[in-house]
Each structure stands twice: as C-alpha cells, then as structure tokens.
Design a protein around this ligand. Structure first.
Ligand SMILES: [Fe+2]
Ligand SMILES: [Fe+2]
Length: 235
C-alpha cells in the first residue's frame, strides 16, 4: 500500500533573506540554464516587498503546520500501535514524511532568517492534545483527524503553489527569470502537497468517515486548522 504512487494526484531579520536566493542580489544578469544557448540572457528579478512578505509568511506558517503534524502523529502513534499493530507501518510512514517536511522548513526558516510564529508553544500543546485525544477516541477518529488536517493543509499548499506559478508566469512574460532557487522551492512545495494528499487518502482508506461523530469532529478540526493558519501567517 505504501509503495503505491501518489494518489490523485517580525519582525523579520532579513539581511540574508529571501532570494538571496539569487534575488536580493541587485542587478544580476545571468543566463537561464533551461534555455538554448543562443537565447538571450534572462534577467534575474529581485523579489519585491510584497513577495518577500508573502514568502516570509509562507515559511512561518508552513513550519508551524509541519510541527503540528509531527506532534499529532507522535501523540497518536503509541495508542494506535498498541490497539492496531497492523497500522504500525502506516503510522511510521506518515510520521517520517512529516518529520522530513518539518526539517525542510526548519532549514529554510533558518536560512532566510524568518521569525517563527510566536504561537509556537501553544501549537505544540494543541497539536499533542489533538493527536492524543483523537487516538483515544479510536482508530476511525484518529483517521478522521488526519483527513481533516490534510484537507486543510493540502488546500493551503495548493494556494502557495498557485501564487508562485503566477509570479513565474508574469516574470517570464517580462523576459525575466525567477531563478533556480525559486523553482526548487516550487517543486518542493508540490512534492510536500502531494504527500499530504496521500495521507488524506490513507485516512479515508482506513475508515476516517466511520468516525462518530464524523461531521462534528472533522468540522471542528478543519476550523481549528484554518484559524491556526490565519494566526500563524500573521503572528
Ligand atoms: Fe507535512
Ligand atoms: Fe501530512
């Protein structure tokens, strides 16, 4: 099952901030490696303030979200493994992917000197409580928690990918280049988004919708996720 291909699919401290990536270096002119050698060089376009704010906010909320995911699975896993040993590989697989996501955003937030959310301690407590309580309610409730969380997180990453694609198209239309580092970020966001949606599929396959009361549980968790995302983007 786990081997199947992807399912459907501040205060900012900023000196070394964003496209330092290539972006903050002003007036750099370079050749795009993706174009034929006879193409004219594409100018690297520095991020504007609005784009920098968006990326700072995106990294901050992504790091917070992945922290929460790690803690939810960490809290659920002992109870789930004890009651349903056959789920041990699935729980480990999802935990390992969340840990890798968290590591990625920890790296990026440090590299670009983005301030983590001030809500970090509260999210730690809330995520652990959510994971533990849903696992206590049973396998179906734990899976319903995953379904609800991954639905919101999948939408969240989709929106970020959509924004970056829009930047890339507009930049390309001006004959400019966003640069390799931004392309790498976009690819990473897509990969993480796909893995979150795999988790969603696993949860549905493992009877998330049999949880009782399913509607209440998932609506409360989804509302909590949206609220946490909104706060973490700002605080
Ligand atoms: Fe994740
Ligand atoms: Fe996930």
């Amino acid at each position: 099952m786990l081997a199947r291909p992807s399912a459907r699919h501040a205060r900012r401290v900023r000196p070394a901030a964003w496209p330092l990536l290539d972006f903050l270096a002003p007036c750099i002119v370079t050749c795009s490696t993706s174009k034929p050698i006879h193409s004219p060089p594409a100018r690297l376009r520095p991020l504007n303030d609005s784009q920098r704010r968006f990326l700072d906010s995106a990294l901050r909320v992504n790091q917070a979200g992945e922290l929460a995911a790690v803690l939810i699975y960490d809290a659920q896993t002992p109870l789930m493994n004890r009651s349903h040993p056959h789920l041990r590989p699935l729980m480990k697989h999802m935990y390992d992917q969340e840990a890798a996501h968290f590591g990625k955003f920890n790296h990026l937030i440090a590299k670009h000197r983005v301030r983590p959310t001030a809500m970090y301690p509260l999210w730690r407590v809330a995520a652990t409580a959510l994971g533990w309580s849903t696992a206590l309610l049973g396998r179906e409730a734990a899976m319903a928690c995953t379904e609800a969380v991954e639905t919101e997180i999948g939408d969240h990453y989709n929106e970020q990918v959509r924004v970056l694609l829009d930047w890339a198209e507009k930049t390309q239309a001006r004959g400019e280049d966003l640069g390799d580092e931004m392309r790498t970020l976009m690819a990473e966001l897509r990969k993480i988004r796909d893995e979150e949606l795999e988790h969603l599929d696993y949860a549905v396959e493992h009877d998330a919708k049999e949880a009782k009361p399913y509607e209440l549980l998932t609506n409360v968790i989804r509302g909590g996720c949206r609220t946490a995302i909104w706060i973490s983007e700002r605080v």
